[in-house]
Write a protein that binds this ligand. Sequence first.
Ligand SMILES: [Fe+2]
Length: 62
Amino acid sequence: MLEQNIKGEQCAIKTYNAFMKKTKDKDPVTYNMLPTILSQEVEHEEDLQALLEDVNLIMHSK
Ligand SMILES: [Fe+2]
C-alpha cells in the first residue's frame, strides 16, 4: 500500500511539472501557484519514502 501511495505522489509530481511547462508564459497566475503545490507533493513523497524505510527496518529486524 505504501508503495502505491509513493507511486501516486510521483505521478502527481510529474503531472505538476508538465503543467508548469504548459502554463509558463501563458498563464502566470497558475504558473506561480504550482511551485508551492509541487513542493508539497515532493514532501509527501519524501515522508512516505522515510516511512517505508522505517517499516522495512522493523520488518527485517524481527
Ligand atoms: Fe500528495
